[in-house]
Design a protein. Structure first.
Length: 111
């Protein structure tokens, strides 16, 4: 049984992830990036008004990320203590860091 198979564990891991990301985003100029959270959803708004959304999917025990026409579904790997894409495209923090790096024009590391 995976640790996220219990709803409480899954919610704890998602809340921990979102809380850590928000703390990191607080260090970025709000004119460049605004981060809002509500009920398991983290919405990032860039200076041009475009958005990137990270949200929990409790029934699927996943975290979903969407930016523009791209979307990722992440599963929690307890042993590595990280969220990894279900299609093998990488780690959530690396992918989100790459999005922010591209959008903000400077290197953003989230891991």
């Amino acid at each position: 049984m995976s640790p996220t198979s219990e709803p409480g564990n899954f919610l704890h891991e998602v809340d921990s992830l979102i809380g850590d990301l928000v703390r990191r985003f607080d260090a970025i100029d709000p004119d460049e990036l605004e981060a809002e959270t509500s009920e398991g959803v983290l919405k990032l708004t860039f200076a041009d008004g475009s958005k990137c959304v990270l949200n929990r999917q409790t029934a699927a025990q996943q975290v979903w990320l969407a930016e523009g026409a791209s979307a990722w579904h992440f599963n929690y790997e307890q042993a590595a203590r990280r969220w990894v894409d279900s299609k093998g495209r990488g780690d959530l923090r690396a992918i989100l860091g790459d999005i922010l790096t591209r959008r903000l024009g400077r290197r953003i590391a989230l891991g």
